[in-house]
Design a protein. Structure first.
Lengths: 312, 312
């Protein structure tokens, strides 16, 4: 992730962002490795750890942490609720990839540059690992280590995550995705699908970080606008990369959308206009940050730029 | 469920239990029907409702309600947290059946007397419906309707459910189940598997009902003993029924365990000794209730008797 950030900022600022991302990624990786189960029965722990560790851009945890830091203007303490929120969001993302790669869904063999979980562990254990990762996400959001002290925050975070993951959010977006194969969609319908399928969890990441820091209503509203624009931009660029990059660069199978005859921003707008649309969404995300204090913006701005300018 | 209760008690008591079960079942069914999504996209709401409504013994919600009433000695108000707890437990159970019936797991076509969800809606939508039901279970446990007033209770209930459903509970038990096909297990290993696979959620049902009513530590400990014995008895009888009943009576495919070469209490002990073991576990469950006030026992006792004496 660091390269793209360096290429889009300059000098001391770019270096500070690169350092911040590197530090938080290392902390998050260690946090996840320490708290994922090490000894669940029947090979389940191994499959869960394989699904989550050693890969992934960790965009969602970084958004949780950046939103928290934007509001709190501090370093998150090692046992702060924000780490549990960041971890829980990543578990939901990881489980969705495991289930999405199953033969009855996208039937994919490559993810995060490795064989997919069902290729490595079999379909049945992949299904269970996904199920157990979702349960673990909610377990982390009510972990006694912090949630007994802050039960109202735990309830608010669990509600954000449940709504983002469920029938009105990610799962609903995936159901639309299944239903529209081979069909034409207009831009409004395509955006509605992606707002649910990927946007809801990205927005929830931003909101959960802000809620963990006790954001006021005006700040939360600004971060909502940022999160919505970033979420849509992420998907537009995903469609562009699926159409233009190779599998080795992506770490997952490229060219799937066209082969599956799925409506995408590229099939609707073409590559050039899709990229231009993503740039407009980036500008919208950055504009939403304008009303926040100066200390709040650099990390969130860097992540939004990375979303649009990434190569994978 | 009512018939077995009538057959094992007598006179006015039996009638009172039959009435109680009938009343709570009707209330629970209406509660679930009113709160399951009616309009999620891509056919998802339809698949979720099909998976949950019009079928099922509702043993777990009845246990939640009976445990609540044992402690509270009152009628649960329409918006009391206990209904959300009962609903959430049933959603986890329903999602586990949907995923368990998938071709990559048990590959079953009949459940609750109807075609399984993937037979009716396709594998991909069945997978998503299960995923969305799990998210909805946690959404219900932090529902603003009550959880904002009682966040500490919401946190406690969500933790019970997450642990029961996750890698150390139900999902872990299912992973063991996959791993031991064709192997011999001793009774301790078999009981450990079932304590996770089905016992954890049955125990959580009892505990979540008791926690919702503010049970003290001694009461919770007694109900734990009841819930553990009942959970194991349930599985012993499940194995007996799988070996002795027909599919029409069960509402699901009979004889699966032997065909799948799975270790069961019947393969380990034989039908007669398995039944006798279930009767001993029933006596243990009833004995655990002895220390509770007299008003607490009839509903929980009736459910334990039904678990062991049921025909399906």
């Amino acid at each position: 992730m660091s390269d793209a950030v360096v290429s889009t900022a300059s000098g001391a600022d770019a270096q500070a962002m690169t350092d911040w991302i590197g530090r938080r990624l290392a902390q998050m990786e260690a946090w996840l490795a320490a708290r994922l189960p090490a000894d669940a029965p029947g090979g389940l722990a191994e499959a869960m750890r394989y699904a989550v560790l050693d890969g992934g851009k960790r965009l969602r945890p970084l958004l949780v942490l950046a939103a928290w830091e934007a509001v709190a203007d501090a370093e998150p303490a090692p046992e702060a609720p924000v780490w549990w929120a960041a971890g829980a969001v990543e578990l939901i993302h990881a489980y969705s990839l495991v289930h999405d790669d199953l033969p009855c869904m996208d039937d994919d063999v490559l993810r995060r540059g490795k064989p997919t979980v069902h290729v490595r562990f079999g379909e049945a254990l992949a299904l269970l690992a996904g199920d157990a990762l979702q349960a673990l996400a909610f377990e982390w959001l009510v972990a006694p280590a912090w949630a007994q002290r802050e039960p109202a925050l735990a309830v608010a975070l669990a509600r954000e995550l449940a709504l983002a993951a469920g029938a009105g959010g990610m799962a609903g977006g995936q159901a639309i995705d299944l239903a529209v194969v081979g069909q034409r969609m207009d831009q409004a319908a395509l955006e509605d699908m992606h707002r649910r399928k990927t946007g809801a969890l990205l927005l929830a990441s931003v909101r959960m970080g802000a809620l963990s820091a006790g954001a006021d209503a005006a700040t939360l509203a600004a971060l909502d606008r940022y999160g919505r624009a970033l979420g849509l931009a992420f998907q537009v660029i995903d469609d562009v990369l699926d159409a233009t990059a190779d599998s080795a660069t992506l770490g997952k199978t490229a060219g799937k959308d066209a082969r599956a005859d799925k409506p995408t921003f590229v099939s609707l707008l073409g590559v050039g206009s899709a990229r231009a649309y993503a740039e407009r969404l980036l500008a919208e995300a950055l504009a939403a940050l304008a009303g926040l204090p100066a200390h709040a913006t650099p990390r969130l701005a860097a992540l939004a730029r990375w979303v649009v300018q990434r190569q994978h």
